[in-house]
Structure formats: C-alpha cells, structure tokens
Design a protein around this ligand. Structure first.
Ligand SMILES: *Cc1c(COP(=O)(O)O)cnc(C)c1O
Length: 379
C-alpha cells in the first residue's frame, strides 16, 4: 500500500464489538480475565493497551520497521533505547543534535558509565575514526537541529555495521513521509511524536521503531519495566494526527521551500540554513536521501539584538519551543532549545546569538511571508 493509505489504515482494524471505524480510547488500567491462567492478551495497561498497540503498529508500518513501542515523550523513547546498553559501552552521537538528547547523554547516562563521543556525522570518516571495540550504538539525527546538516545514513550504517554497532536515527525532523532511515540501513528509528507525527501541538509522546525481534523484545521489556508509557488518550490523539500526515507534510514542504526562497533573498539575513537551497553543503545528498526538504529553516540575523527585534515583531508566527505543528512556530535556539549546550560548543557549531529557527506551518504561505517581511523591517 502507498504511504497515505498506510497512515489511515495500517494497524487499524475496525473495533470488533461495534465496528467503530475509529480505534476507541481504551481508558482502562486493567482487564478482566475469564478464568485463572487465561486472558485475552491484555493483563495490565502499563504492559499493553489496545489504543497504544494500534498506534505502535501504525508507526512501525510507516517507518517500514517491524515493531513499535510508544512512550510518554520523545526523551523517554530515546532513554529506553540506551537502557539496552550496559556500563562501559560506547556511543557515537552527532555533535549537533537536539539539545535534550545531549542533556540526557551528558548529564544522566554518563553517570551510569555509558561513554559518548560527539562527531560531525556528516563526515563519514569522522564516524569511522570514532568507532571503538565497545561502540554499540551510532546515534544520528539528519537534518540536524538547528544547523540543518545532513548525514549520509546509508554510508554511516555501513561503517557502524562493519564495527558491530547498530544505527539509531532520530527521525523527528522529517517524519517517515520525507525520510525512511530503515530503508537506508538503520536498525532503529526514534521519534518525538510531539512534532510532525501528531502535528497539532496538543500531545507529548515518543516512539521506538525496531527491525529486529530480539531488540524489540528488549524494548518491550523495558517499556513495561520502566513504565514511561504513552497514555490511551495521547495514543488516540497521535493516531488521529497521523491520518493527515501525508497531506500535512506535503503542504509543510511546499511552504518550507517558498519561505526558504524568500529568506535567501533578504539583505538583513546573513545566512539561511535549509537543505533545499542549492548552496547547502549537502544539497545533493538531501535530494537523494529525502523525499523533500521539509519545513525547518534556520537563519542568522547577525546579532542577539536583531534576533530579539525580529522575534518581538512577528504576529502570525508564534514564538515558542517545539516544531512540526500545523501552526508556524519560531524560536531562538541559543536561548531556548539549545540553552543546555555549553557556550563554547554552541559557538563552534554555529548556534549564533542571531540565529532564528522557523518551523513553517500549513497556513497560507503569503500570510507567513508577509509576517516575516514585516518583522524584518523592524530589524
Ligand atoms: C522534541 C524532540 C525530541 C524530544 O521529544 P519530546 O517529545 O519533547 O520529549 C527529541 N528529538 C528531536 C529531534 C526533537 O525535536
């Protein structure tokens, strides 16, 4: 089946008792067992819930994986993947990834003896050089946040597999509509469903999609043992959101390209970071690896003062953390999403005081461009 068909039908059989087309919210903590030693596949709702199971099957199908496990947030999904490791294991991660992942690795997981090396994963040789005998996971995000650097997933998967490590890709920025890492050799995909998958800025959640039965069994064990599960209501919201993923992404992508083209022409903007622009260093790779360039754009206004004047002047674009909602969200990475990254590190990565990131929504793009144009006049 095609992608749009799967968004609506994968994992979603009509409810057996009434034929309801929409998966109900099974708001229950436990299930009656017909007799001692026999149950209907459901014992306790931390372990399994039908609304959650439907969402897990749906996302696994969209990512071309085999198993899905949903969590209370993107961070708890990522955390769960790393709980499959043990003290002394080594991880290679992108040097410019989601700030919360960096915080989890450096402030929490290192305390438990996991070792992390951060490299520019757009340079495959750098990944190869960082591989060690103890390397168990290569953790990738592409395009990165907020610098929009693109990593060659197939090439990195080859390097990781040759060294006996698995590849885990945080595919939050793209959603499976734009990029399917498993088809390029990744073993595991994680998402913050909070972003494009749910798409309506009204739920926080995460998912781990795996390809191997053995790995999925570990994740399922940990999901139940640690317990950071997605609630039935949130599972239902994300299922509902995903039904329009294909049409939303198409519009996000179209608006994103139009906005990037507008921004690239502005004198007050020093640089625009967007994989869809021909001057982007990995433009050709992005063309090959992604089905489109997405809706996330960063641009540098040159100073904190300029960024502040601009951000205070936008009216339609909402100033806020997060991304991937139907509404356009705009943020200041240095002081918001990436405040936990050390100053020196931010400087080196290019997360400048004047950098602004926009997650282009699906409003009429002329209105968005007019809002940005008006705010630029205040700079
Ligand atoms: C938001 C985000 C996360 C964290 O997800 P939460 O749902 O906020 O916990 C992880 N990775 C990326 C790329 C994100 O954008």
């Amino acid at each position: 089946m095609g992608f749009a068909t799967d968004t609506i039908h994968a994992g979603q059989e009509p409810e057996p008792h009434t034929g309801a087309v929409t998966i109900p919210i099974y708001q229950t903590s436990t299930y009656v067992q017909p007799e001692l030693g026999r149950h209907k596949g459901y014992e306790y709702a931390r372990t399994k819930n039908p609304t959650r199971s439907a969402l897990e099957a749906n996302i696994a199908a969209l990512e071309k994986g085999k198993h899905g496990h949903c969590f209370a947030s993107g961070m708890s999904a990522i955390d769960c993947v790393f709980r499959t490791l043990r003290s002394g294991d080594h991880v290679i991660a992108g040097e410019n990834m989601y700030g919360g992942s960096y915080r989890l690795f450096s402030k929490v997981l290192e305390k438990f003896g996991l070792q992390f090396t951060y490299v520019d994963t757009s340079n495959v040789d750098a990944v190869k050089r960082a591989m060690r005998a103890e390397t168990k996971i290569v953790f990738l995000e592409t395009p990165t946040n907020p610098m929009m650097t693109v990593t060659d997933l197939a090439a990195c998967a080859e390097v990781a597999h040759a060294g006996g490590a698995i590849v885990v890709v945080d595919n939050t920025f793209c959603s499976p509509y734009l990029q399917r890492p498993i088809e390029l050799g990744a073993d595991v995909v994680v998402h913050s469903t909070t972003k494009f998958l749910n798409g309506h800025s009204d739920s926080v959640g995460g998912v781990v999609v795996s390809t191997s039965d053995a790995f999925a069994e570990q994740i399922g064990f940990l999901q139940n043992a640690v317990g950071a599960i997605l609630s039935p209501f949130d599972s239902w919201l994300v299922l509902r959101g995903i039904k329009t993923l294909a049409v939303r992404m198409k519009q996000h992508e179209e608006n994103g390209r139009a906005m990037a083209a507008f921004l690239a022409k502005q004198d007050k903007i020093q640089k625009v970071y967007y994989p869809g622009l021909p001057d982007h260093p990995q433009h050709e790779l992005a063309k090959r690896q992604m089905k489109g360039f997405g809706a996330l754009i960063s641009f540098d206004l040159g100073s904190y003062e300029n960024a502040k004047n601009f951000l205070d002047a936008v009216r339609l674009c909402s100033l806020g953390e997060s991304l991937g909602g139907v509404e356009t969200l705009i943020s200041h990475p240095e002081s918001m999403t990436h405040a936990s990254v050390p100053v020196e590190e931010r400087k080196r990565l290019g997360i400048a005081p004047g950098l602004v990131r926009i997650s282009v929504g699906i409003e009429d793009v002329e209105d968005l461009v007019a809002d940005v144009e008006n705010a630029l006049a205040q700079v």
